[in-house]
Design a protein around this ligand. Structure first.
Ligand code: PMP
Length: 442
């Protein structure tokens, strides 16, 4: 079989690939044609260890029988149900089950189709919530530098990834950003949560002084930022942010698109850090990455604020054709069954020490600038090549691919976030392979 899996060069032209160097890719395509548990099968028949759970989403690994069966059954039973003014039982069952998993008062669940849509939904909910309570002046949104909240206009605007923003003009008005917590010298090679930088949360106080807190609707952060290169919250940072939000009536939104569903060894990062946000965005591993779906969790008080007018009115003018669609709900329910039956929501905690030791075994390599880890996530930051940022990490990505390991790189950081069914032998292979590759990089 050729690398193109039987596709001609002509066949390769129409598809405009997302977040990909299209011309480079099409000259040397990397195609997967199958997947099972921890591995992808490539078009040339080789196996690739999935070190990143697809894109941080296939937490139970690939080709899981319960999920496959649930999809087949659902397609034959009820393929689609209108999302507005109609319902189907699995939406209610899934929302109820999810609400029980999420700590605190986050008992209301709104369905979307992706992480980006979850972020847009949460931002709109926050603004509309204040308006419903007679505080329509609270419209300002605060994000954080290096934050990633998807690619739609709201999420891109509160996000802080320069490359993702620079092509798109002025973005949404009335947005400001906290500083990020990356690159604090004393935190280098910290194991787990770093010690230094809690006070960076006080940037929110500065925002309040600058803009007046009564103009601020919400602050959105990833409890642990994945896409910008695995940036962990300093100890105490999230608690401090929560406190400042409470003092000023600002809603706190946690973007748990990556950290949701067991990644840190607890169902959500909210459990791990023991901080309760007002709104939590999720997607990805909600359906094990198999069918697009996202969910926003809202505190009861937020839902209740919308439920005030006449009961025949639409309370929230927002939703998607595929919100809570039956195929996605059936997939999510089967995914939760799989997570629960196999203990996957806590498995990252069981493996965390082994994973941490394996990740930090790379710390002695001269080209490794930092190693960061928590749960089953690791970031290996490489020394950048002067004038050519990202080049060294991309070269590591290509070599890992050749060696049978799928990683993700962002900037100069290699990110790993494997399916939670990973075994120690896979961990050894992943970090052993990376060691050889990084040693040989120039
Ligand atoms: N938020 C976070 C924290 C993410 O990591 C991502 C995706 N990597 C998104 C939002 C966007 O999700 P999607 O690609 O499903 O729109």
């Amino acid at each position: 079989m050729s690398n193109n899996a039987g596709l001609s060069e002509h066949d390769m032209q129409a598809y405009w690939m997302p977040f990909t160097a299209n011309r480079q890719f099409k000259s040397n395509p990397r195609l997967v044609v199958g997947a099972d548990r921890m591995h992808f099968t490539l078009s040339d028949g080789r196996q690739l260890l999935d070190g990143i759970a697809g894109l941080w989403c296939c937490n139970a690994g690939h080709n899981r029988p319960r999920i496959v069966e649930a999809i087949q059954k659902q397609a034959a039973e009820l393929d689609y149900a209108p999302a507005f003014q109609m319902g189907h039982p699995k939406q209610f069952e899934l929302a109820s089950r999810l609400a029980k998993m999420m700590p605190g008062n986050l008992n209301k669940v709104f369905f979307t189709n992706s992480g980006s849509e979850s972020c847009e939904t949460a931002l709109k909910m926050a603004i509309a919530y204040h308006r419903a309570r007679g505080e329509g002046h609270r419209t300002r949104l605060i994000g954080r530098e290096k934050g990633y909240h998807g690619v739609n206009f709201g999420g891109m605007s509160v996000g802080g990834m320069p490359a993702n923003r620079k092509m798109f003009g002025n973005l949404v008005a009335g947005v400001d950003h906290l500083r990020h917590t990356h690159g604090i010298e004393e935190n280098r090679f910290s194991k787990g949560q770093p010690q230094h930088g809690e006070e960076l949360a006080d940037d929110l106080i500065r925002m309040c002084e600058l803009h007046d807190p009564s103009t601020i609707a919400a602050v959105i952060v990833e409890p642990l930022a994945g896409s910008a290169g695995v940036i962990l919250p300093p100890k105490g940072y999230l608690q401090r942010l929560r406190k400042i939000c409470d003092q000023h009536g600002i809603l706190l939104i946690f973007d748990e698109v990556i950290t949701g569903f067991g990644r840190l060894g607890t169902p959500f990062a909210s459990n791990y850090f023991d901080v309760e946000a007002d709104l939590v965005t999720t997607a990805k591993a909600l359906t094990n990455g198999v069918i697009p779906m996202g969910a926003v969790f809202a505190q009861d008080k937020i839902y209740d604020a919308f439920m005030q007018g006449p009961d025949n009115m639409v309370e929230f003018f927002h939703g998607y054709t595929f919100s809570g669609n039956p195929m996605a709900c059936a997939t999510a329910l089967a995914t939760l069954d799989t997570y629960e039956e196999e203990g996957l929501l806590t498995r990252a905690a069981e493996l965390a020490d082994y994973w941490q030791d394996a990740a930090h075994s790379l710390a002695d390599l001269p080209l490794v600038k930092d190693v960061r880890n928590l749960g089953l996530i690791a970031g290996i930051e490489l020394e950048p090549i002067a004038g050519a940022p990202t080049k060294r990490a991309f070269s590591a990505f290509m070599q890992a691919y050749e060696a049978g390991l799928l990683i993700r790189t962002t900037g100069d950081t290699i990110a790993l976030s494997p399916p939670l069914i990973i075994e120690k032998s896979h961990i050894d292979f992943a970090f052993g392979t990376l060691r050889k590759i990084i040693q040989a990089l120039d």
